[in-house]
Design a protein around this ligand. Structure first.
Ligand SMILES: Cc1cc2nc3c(=O)[nH]c(=O)nc-3n(C[C@H](O)[C@H](O)[C@H](O)COP(=O)(O)OP(=O)(O)OC[C@H]3O[C@@H](n4cnc5c(N)ncnc54)[C@H](O)[C@@H]3O)c2cc1C
Length: 357
């Protein structure tokens, strides 16, 4: 690394070559090592979904001057949906991307710095302050670290699936089931999530088909018992969905199916289809550095966002495989900020005591 190291008016330390113009805050405009910046903060937040932004709002208002590193999906999962009808505070249906823009604006308004970067390396072993490296080459240093990297729904990857997202195809019955009241729906999958989604959908629809590529389910026995006892659900065995097809109005009209035993092709008319084949938490960065459960979710102390490493907190879908909602992500983001503030207050007090001793 070469160049000057300067702390500028915005508090950011940047390495500079003499005589060059000031780079902007976007790390992508400062890729060269000569321009590599070091961003220091009391509170470093990785992820800009509802969990990360809620942590930022509380953290900024507690004087921790948070930095949020946004990642490849600024605003998180809600930016890829349309109608949101269950986030408290809005009488009418709102749009997911709009909600996330407002959340970001609120976080910035109270003093959060948003960074357009993706963390690719992190050091948790050395303890606080925690250092992370962005894809840009920039370094981020935080006295506390909040992990809010979320979890992505797994998709089938077949034609029509992404195009019809929000137009009949969904990965969340709790989120979108209400829009299919009295309509014909299908759930695709054979594990606990699929069975739970099918059971949930019977609150809204009397015609739920559960499509599974095998002839038996992987879900827990108790869930299977409830499923088979529910006459609103029809299992369709040995069928793989090979395509989602739109009708004239541009929304889902039917599924294309292939029998996994005979290869026979067929179709199924539905108004809504819910892909329920699991979620993948975005925790690759933390493998071997932080305790993860068997499915890759960050392990926290029950009922808290505290991980086993003091000063490292996890919130939102990255630590929650049960609820996975924007409001629960926001709630745990708030908890992470409150615990982070307490952690820093205790640390600062101990440092002051030992300095005076
Ligand atoms: C199609 C769809 C519709 C939905 N509808 C609803 C709904 O109507 N109501 C509802 O309550 N919930 C809904 N959900 C669920 C809701 O979106 C999630 O529960 C919520 O977004 C989780 O928030 P989060 O902050 O934990 O994570 P996410 O929203 O997943 O955000 C994760 C963030 O982490 C960032 N990130 C990941 N890795 C890195 C990295 N290495 N460096 C930096 N940043 C990183 C990403 O860029 C992203 O900004 C829906 C989900 C989907 C997919």
């Amino acid at each position: 690394m070469c160049g000057w190291v300067l702390r500028e008016a915005d508090g950011i330390v940047r390495n500079r070559l003499p005589g060059l113009a000031i780079p902007t805050l976007s790390p992508y405009l400062a890729r060269s090592e000569d321009f590599m910046a070091i961003h220091t903060t009391r509170m470093l937040i990785i992820g800009s979904g509802p969990a990360g932004l809620s942590a930022a709002i509380y953290g900024a208002r507690a004087g921790m001057e948070p930095i949020v590193v946004q990642g490849l999906q600024p605003g998180g999962q809600l930016t890829i949906t349309t109608d949101v009808e269950n986030y408290p505070g809005f009488r009418d249906v709102i749009q997911g991307p709009w909600l996330m823009q407002e959340m970001q604006a609120q976080a910035e308004h109270v003093g959060t710095r948003m960074m357009w970067d993706t963390i690719v390396e992190i050091d948790l072993a050395s303890g606080s302050p925690f250092k992370a490296i962005g894809d840009s080459g920039d370094e981020y240093v935080g006295d506390v670290l909040v992990i809010a990297t979320g979890a992505q729904a797994k998709w089938l990857g077949v034609p029509g699936e992404q195009e019809l997202g929000g137009k009949g195809v969904s990965a969340c019955a709790t989120c979108d089931g209400f829009f299919y009241r009295g309509k014909k729906v299908a759930v695709i999958g054979g594990g606990n999530t699929a069975v739970e989604e099918a059971l949930y959908l019977t609150n809204h629809s009397d015609d739920v088909t559960l499509i599974h590529r095998r002839d038996e389910l992987r879900s827990e026995k108790i869930l299977q018992d409830r499923l088979f006892a529910n006459d609103k659900i029809t299992p369709l065995w040995n069928k793989a969905v090979t395509g989602f097809v739109a009708g004239e109005n541009g929304t889902l009209s039917h599924l294309e199916l292939e029998d996994t035993v005979t290869g026979e092709k067929s179709t199924l008319e539905v108004d809504g289809a819910f892909v329920a084949i699991g979620h993948a938490p975005a925790t690759g960065l933390f493998k071997g550095k932080l305790e993860l459960d068997g499915s890759g979710y960050v392990v926290v102390q029950p009922g808290t966002p505290k991980t086993a490493i003091p000063g490292v907190f996890a919130c939102g879908d990255v630590m929650d495989h049960t609820y996975r909602q924007a409001v629960t992500a926001a709630g745990t983001g708030c908890m992470a900020a409150l615990d982070a503030e307490r952690f820093l207050a205790t640390k600062d007090f101990a440092a002051k005591e030992s300095a005076e001793a």
